[in-house]
Design a protein around this ligand. Structure first.
Ligand code: PMP
Length: 437
């Protein structure tokens, strides 16, 4: 496959844009380096690059594009918003409409505030939790990604009863000391951390279904135990549902039928992003009324935004949720994902390639290993070189995956049986080539 234009553009991009990309996850560093593919057009489940090669897309722009690219209903909503003027700096009726849709789907959110990214949403939930509890520390779980704000770019110390260390240059150690990281699915680790630092823990934050070291379900009882331990300690529970909300059903993890005891797993605050903007920049956070009333102009916790709640993002979000609210949408994505994952597993098995697939409805992750993946350590303990080889074989056969062994594959409402069949054909050829060395 000739990608010479992408290679040229990458060389040019390197002159002007740091690292040639506007988000490090787009670089091919984790899959052996070289030029990422420069896409020029997308429609439905397909991409075309600058050399006119066609790809079937499972990246879905890291999650927001759940209705496929250039969905006509969303495109019409954005066009209408542009014609009406793209930014007012005043409230609009559209914001109320999307807020009501979110509240209806995620009942734990009595009050909502729109921001511009998942990073902002998470960052603000932490501020609100600190304002409400008048405590400083946050407990998070290893491998969960919560955006690029200072506090959540902190890695584990040597155990749950040690404080964090900065995961990025430019984050003061003093800030990292406000964060404790424990393994996902580990209630004993959480108990130990709370026993050590509990008096000062403002919130326990989690991706309730993990999307950032593959797709990983909470073990039965994990979310119940987490919520109970946090509450008993006077700490708030924050769910980062930036990936998960509207991913598996029309709602969030808190209301997902795959998990029982919704009452017992209800968070105090929820952070949203991605899907709720239909592909335009957005974030939102919300939660219990008296917690949210900490936020300015009602309360002392400040948060603001020139672009927040802009009519284009809000209109795209409303249109996206309208598409997703149709009967059978999630069942169809799941049906295709089952065919795809069963086929991938059979193909890998046929060629002696170790493969563990974690699938939750229409989203799944492929781990090159022979063991289950239930926490970050197990996700790290997988064959990155094998993933890189698979990634490149698939790309060369017209299948676009995320260039990282930790990212998920996302089905969209635009994928078809023909796309799945073509993907399985590419996978069979890729595994065969890998097995042949
Ligand atoms: N939280 C989670 C769970 C995410 O997956 C991401 C982004 N992948 C973020 C927060 C940050 O969102 P954004 O990139 O919109 O800032």
């Amino acid at each position: 496959m000739n990608r010479s234009t992408s290679e040229q553009l990458y060389q040019e991009a390197l002159q002007h844009i740091v690292g040639g990309v506007n988000s490090p996850s787009r670089s091919f560093k984790a899959v052996g380096g070289g030029a990422p593919v420069f896409m020029k057009r997308a429609s439905g489940a397909h991409f075309w690059d600058e050399d006119n090669n066609r790809y079937i897309d499972y990246l879905a722009a890291y999650g927001p594009i759940i209705t496929g690219h250039a969905h006509p209903h969303i495109t019409a909503a954005i066009t209408q918003a542009a014609e009406n003027g793209i930014l007012y700096g005043t409230p609009t009726h559209l914001e109320i409409k999307l807020a009501k849709m979110l509240k209806e789907a995620i009942p734990s959110m009595d009050k909502v505030r729109f921001v511009n990214s998942g990073t902002e949403a998470v960052m603000t939930t932490i501020r609100v939790a600190r304002a409400y509890t008048k405590r400083n520390k946050i407990i998070k779980f290893a491998g969960c990604y919560h955006g690029h704000s200072d506090l959540v770019l902190v890695a584990a110390g040597s155990g749950p009863s040690t404080l964090g260390i900065p995961d990025s240059a430019g984050i003061p150690v003093s800030l990292a000391q406000e964060v404790i990281t424990v393994p996902f699915n580990d209630l004993d680790g959480l108990r130990e951390a709370l026993a050590t630092w509990g008096d000062d823990v403002a919130a326990v934050m989690v991706e309730p279904i993990v999307g950032n070291f593959g797709m990983v379900m909470p073990k039965p009882g994990f979310l119940e135990g987490l919520c109970k331990q946090a509450r008993d300690n006077g700490s708030l529970v924050i769910y980062d549902e930036v990936i998960t909300a509207f991913r598996f059903h029309y709602g969030s993890t808190q209301t997902y039928a795959g998990l029982d005891n919704h009452e017992d797993i209800t968070p105090d605050l929820t952070a949203l992003g991605k899907i709720i903007g239909g592909g335009l920049p957005i974030g939102a956070y919300g939660g219990r009324k008296h917690v949210m009333e900490q936020v300015a102009p009602l309360g002392p916790a400040y948060q603001a935004g020139t672009m927040a709640g802009n009519p284009a993002s809000i209109s795209a979000g409303i249109a996206c949720l309208e598409v997703l609210s149709a009967e059978g949408v999630y069942e169809e994505m799941e049906r295709l994902a089952i065919t795809l994952t069963e086929g991938l597993q059979a193909s890998a098995d046929r060629h002696g390639i170790p493969l563990t697939i974690n699938r939750i409805r229409g989203a799944f992750s492929t781990h090159f290993c022979n063991h289950p993946v239930t926490d970050y350590e197990e996700a790290q303990d997988t064959d990155g070189e094998m993933f890189a080889s698979f990634f490149r074989h698939m790309l060369n056969r017209g299948i676009n995956l995320a260039p990282s062994k930790y990212e998920a594959w996302f089905l969209t409402t635009a994928h078809s049986d023909a796309d799945i069949a073509a993907t399985l054909e590419a996978a069979e050829a890729s595994f065969a080539a890998m097995a042949a060395g």
